[in-house]
Design a protein around this ligand. Structure first.
Ligand SMILES: NC(=O)c1ccc[n+]([C@@H]2O[C@H](COP(=O)([O-])OP(=O)(O)OC[C@H]3O[C@@H](n4cnc5c(N)ncnc54)[C@H](O)[C@@H]3O)[C@@H](O)[C@H]2O)c1
Length: 458
C-alpha cells in the first residue's frame, strides 16, 4: 500500500471506528488486511427465501475433522432423499474416501471424490448439478470459496467464521444480495438443547427485560493445535502466531445474539477489547519445531454494547489448561442463567431469601416446560449420533435442509453470520489500539431496527 493511500485510509478509519482526532493507526499491515474499501448493504437478505428444492444436491469442500462429522449428520436426509451428497472435495483423496465410507449405506450413488489440487474446488463450484456448497476448510479460505460459489449460482453454508477480514465480510453481503443466493454460517451452538431452551424462555418472557450476557470460547486446544495430524498443516496455530484478539467469536456470540434479537430490533453499537499477555502456548511448544512466540494473548476479553442498552462480555482462550466452557450466562429482570454447569435463578423480587439457584425439581420443571420444538421432536435422533456435539450439529443440518426443501427463510441470514464473524477483526483493531472503542458497522442496511420474531422460533 502506498503511503498516501495509507494516510487516507487512516483518516477514514479514524472516522469510521470513532478513533479520537489525531489518533494514528500504526499497524499498517493489520489495517491493510482488515479494511480496504467503503461498502454498503441493502438488507435484501432479511426474510430471504428461494423456491423449494426437493432434493438439495450438496457438495462438501474440506473433508477434515469437520467435513467428516457433517457427513454423518446427513444420514436421515440422505435416507429420506431430502438431500444428496454429490461431491466430496479435499486436498487428500483418502479424506474424501473416508467421507464416502461414512455415508455408503445411506445413499445409493457414491459421490464424486475430487482431489486435483488446491484449486480443484473451483471446478466443483462451476458444476450445474449442485444447489448447496458446504465449506469446511481452514478459516482463511472460507470467504474466497463462498464468494466463488455464490457467483456460480450456489447457496453457501460456511463453517465458522464466515470471514476474517472486514473487507471479506462486506464482499459476502454484497455478493449474496446481488446474486440472490443464501449465505448461512453454520453456528451449531445456536441449536444446542440448552441454548434453545434459554431462547424459548426468552421468547415466553421468563427472563423479563434482558440486560446482560457473558459468553466465550474457552477450549484448551494446545494439544490439537500442536498435533501434526489433527489440523491439516497445523493451520490453526499460525493464526495465533500473528493475530491478537478474539479469534473465535461465533460459538459464544451466536446464541447471545439470538437471545438479544440482534438484527431483529437491536444491534451492537460498539466494542472494546483487551488481551492478556501470551504465556501458556509458547510454554507448550518448547522443544517442538513450531514457532516459539505467539501474538495472541492467552485470554481475550471483548465487551460489546447494544443500541438497546444491553452488554455482552465475550471471552476467548484456547491456551490455558482448564475444562471447556461457553459460559452461557444470561441476565434479565425475571431470571438469570449460568452454564457449565447449567443453573437457573428465578427472580422473586427483592427478598431476604436470596443467593439460591432454583432447586432440582424447579429446574427440571422449567426444562420440560420450555423445551424447544426441535429437541422435542428430533432430540432422540440427534442424541443417538456418537459425534456432533451432543446432537446440536444434527439439528442444525436437519433444519437447514428442511428450510431449503420448504423454500422458507433460513434461521440465520447473511447479516447474522457476517456480524458475529466481524467481531474478530474489530477486536484485533481495538487490541492493537490499547483497547480503544471501535464502532460496529451496520451490515444490515438499517433493517435491524424493525422488530420481528426470530426465525428459529417458527
Ligand atoms: N462448528 C464447529 O463446532 C466446528 C468444529 C470443528 C471445526 N470447525 C470449523 O471447521 C473448519 C475446518 O476445521 P477442521 O477442524 O475440520 O480442520 P481440518 O484441518 O481437519 O480440515 C480442513 C480440511 O480442508 C482441506 N483443505 C485445505 N485447503 C483446501 C483446498 N484448497 N481445497 C480443498 N480442501 C482443502 C484440508 O485438506 C483439510 O482436510 C474450520 O473453519 C473450523 O473453525 C467448526
Amino acid at each position: 500500500m502506498k503511503r498516501n493511500d495509507f494516510l487516507k485510509l487512516s483518516a477514514s478509519m479514524a472516522a469510521f471506528f470513532s478513533l479520537p482526532a489525531g489518533a494514528t493507526v500504526d499497524n499498517q499491515e493489520l489495517l491493510e488486511r482488515l479494511v480496504k474499501d467503503e461498502h454498503r448493504a441493502f438488507g435484501k437478505g432479511v426474510g430471504f427465501a428461494t423456491a423449494p428444492i426437493q432434493t438439495v444436491r450438496t457438495a462438501i469442500i474440506g473433508m477434515g475433522n469437520r467435513g467428516a462429522s457433517l457427513v454423518e449428520m446427513f444420514e436421515l436426509m440422505l435416507r429420506d432423499k431430502n438431500a444428496e451428497i454429490v461431491v466430496l472435495c479435499d486436498l487428500k483423496q483418502e479424506k474424501n474416501e473416508s467421507g464416502a465410507t461414512i455415508m455408503k449405506d445411506w445413499q445409493e450413488k457414491k459421490p464424486d471424490l475430487v482431489a486435483d489440487g488446491a484449486e480443484a474446488w473451483k471446478k466443483v463450484m462451476q458444476r450445474d448439478d449442485i444447489d448447496l456448497v458446504i465449506i469446511c476448510t481452514p478459516w482463511e479460505l472460507h470467504a474466497e470459496m463462498a464468494l466463488y460459489a455464490m457467483e456460480n449460482g450456489k447457496h453457501v453454508a460456511s463453517e465458522v467464521p464466515a470471514a476474517y477480514t472486514l473487507e471479506e465480510c462486506w464482499q459476502i453481503i454484497e455478493t449474496s444480495e446481488r446474486t440472490g443466493r443464501h449465505h448461512i454460517m453454520l453456528e451449531n451452538c445456536c441449536y444446542n438443547d440448552e441454548e434453545l431452551w434459554l431462547m424459548q424462555m426468552v421468547d415466553e418472557g421468563v427472563f423479563g427485560d434482558l440486560t446482560h450476557a457473558e459468553c466465550a470460547y474457552i477450549h484448551d486446544l494446545r494439544m490439537l493445535m500442536m498435533d501434526e495430524k489433527y489440523y491439516e498443516n497445523q493451520w490453526r496455530i499460525f493464526h495465533h502466531e500473528h493475530r491478537n484478539g478474539n479469534l473465535y467469536t461465533t460459538h459464544g456470540l451466536g446464541p447471545v445474539s439470538m437471545y438479544f434479537d440482534i438484527g431483529r430490533g437491536d444491534y451492537y453499537s460498539h466494542l472494546v477489547s483487551m488481551s492478556s499477555k501470551e504465556s501458556a502456548l509458547s510454554k507448550a511448544v518448547v522443544g517442538t519445531n513450531l514457532p516459539q512466540q505467539y501474538a495472541c494473548g492467552d485470554m481475550n476479553t471483548t465487551l460489546l454494547k447494544t443500541f438497546g442498552g444491553k452488554t455482552v462480555m465475550l471471552q476467548f482462550d484456547t491456551h490455558t489448561g482448564r475444562p471447556y466452557s461457553r459460559i452461557n450466562t444470561l441476565c434479565g429482570t425475571g431470571a438469570v442463567h449460568q452454564g457449565y454447569p447449567s443453573r437457573l435463578y428465578l427472580d422473586h423480587g427483592p427478598t431476604w431469601d436470596w443467593h439460591r439457584w432454583a432447586d432440582e425439581q424447579k429446574y427440571n420443571e422449567y426444562q420440560e416446560k420450555y423445551k424447544h420444538t426441535f429437541w422435542k421432536t428430533l432430540g432422540d435422533e440427534a442424541r443417538a449420533k456418537s459425534i456432533g456435539h451432543g446432537g446440536m450439529d444434527f439439528i442444525m443440518m436437519w433444519r437447514l435442509i428442511h428450510c431449503l426443501n420448504k423454500g422458507i427463510a433460513l434461521d440465520f441470514n447473511v447479516y447474522d453470520g457476517v456480524l458475529w464473524s466481524a467481531i474478530t477483526p474489530l477486536s484485533e483493531l481495538s487490541v492493537a489500539q490499547d483497547s480503544m472503542r471501535v464502532d460496529i458497522p451496520d451490515f444490515t442496511g438499517n433493517t435491524w431496527k424493525s422488530k420481528r420474531k426470530h426465525e428459529i422460533m417458527r
